[in-house]
Write a protein that binds this ligand. Structure first.
Ligand code: NAD
Length: 319
């Protein structure tokens, strides 16, 4: 179903993941309409896109969204995504998960387009099962500092399934696990950009807690391939997309030091509230339904991130 004459609308298209998705869709011959209010995204992420098939619209998706032209796919990625952002914008995060998702589902319904909700592994909260399968319902603290994000995404998933079941909208839900690559913001507080910035500036790498908590990290090109594969499938139930290779935060910090050749050391800081102890996707469904699996190993992905990032991007000097 790729390519020729298809139109995709990407909310959050000027963000980290959204900008890579826009590029790949253009590469596959889609016309792309990027909606973004630039809250956490930036025009810098899309400035290099020169295609006539690309259009940026400065649009807050919590306001009414109107698209004149026919649409085939609606990718709904708009949402603050890093803890620093959603804790700075708690009400907006809830609003974009609720009203933003209503509006984007409305576009999909009106246009009879396929809809993809960018959900998150955070819907599993601090998981009691490991690795996380899609049929696990989660263990989320609704009133903790992360609750605004986790519950916004859980609500968005419920809304998406309701639109599908009641209104017959052709929907899909991707639960994205930690993803990294060029255009992450150096100061957004997530582990990989923080460690890269610290390592490149020869500052100590700050690991929270004793560093034994685990995460798994997916390179952005793999992730984008998974999003498009899911959007182009007929699947309606949630699908995990992420890299199942699991690392402790301590191992990640050491790997970043190795890859950057930095002389930095690792220091430890107190663990933030409700920081999940483990995070690892079970990607059996993605493999089975989409034939998808990640190809990029952590060290290679980190090297590519460094190579492909603009000068000063990783150290925050151009932020
Ligand atoms: P990002 O902050 O770089 O991108 C989010 C984009 O949404 C930004 O461009 C921002 O300006 C835009 N936005 C926010 N509110 C908006 C609004 N009301 N109207 C229009 N645009 C709005 O974050 P990202 O890492 O690219 O995340 C993209 C999506 O993927 C998010 O929905 C996030 O929850 C999800 N996700 C990302 C990861 C990851 O590791 N990066 C993991 C899980 C889920």
């Amino acid at each position: 179903m790729s390519g020729g004459n298809k139109t995709s609308v990407v909310s959050g298209g000027a963000g980290f993941l959204g900008s890579h998705l826009c590029e790949e869709l253009l590469e596959r011959g889609h016309r792309v309409i990027c909606l973004d209010n630039l809250d956490t995204g930036s025009l810098r992420n899309i400035a290099h896109i020169e295609s006539d098939d690309f259009e940026f619209r400065n649009q807050d998706v919590t306001e009414e969204v109107w698209i004149d032209e026919p649409v085939d796919f609606v990718y709904h990625l708009a949402s603050p995504a890093s803890p620093i952002d959603y804790q700075r914008l708690p009400l907006h995060t809830l609003k974009v998960g609720a009203q933003g998702t209503w509006h984007m589902l409305g576009v999909a319904k009106f246009k009879r387009a396929r809809f993809l909700l960018a959900s998150t592994s955070e819907v599993y909260g601090d998981p009691q099962i490991h690795p996380q399968t899609e049929d696990y319902w989660g263990h989320v603290n609704p009133i903790g500092p992360r609750g605004v994000y986790d519950e916004a995404k859980r609500y968005a998933e419920a809304l998406t399934m309701a639109y599908h079941r009641q209104q017959g909208v052709d929907t899909s839900i991707v639960r994205i696990f930690n993803t990294y690559g060029p255009r992450m913001r150096a100061n957004d507080g997530r582990a990989i950009p923080t460690f890269l910035r610290q390592a490149l500036l020869e500052q100590p790498l700050t690991v929270f807690g004793d560093g034994s908590q685990t995460r798994s990290f997916c390179f952005v090109d793999d992730l984008v391939r998974g999003l498009i594969a899911l959007a182009e499938s007929g699947e309606h139930l949630p699908v995990n997309i992420g890299n199942p290779d699991e690392y402790t935060l301590q191992q990640l910090a050491e790997t970043v030091i190795e890859v950057t050749g930095s002389g930095s050391e690792v220091v430890h800081e107190p663990l933030p509230t409700d920081d999940p102890q483990v995070r690892q996707p079970d990607i059996s469904r993605a493999k089975e339904i989409l034939g998808w699996e990640p190809k990029t190993e952590l060290k290679d992905g980190l090297k590519k991130t460094i190579e492909l990032s603009g000068e000063g991007d990783l150290t925050g000097e151009t932020a």
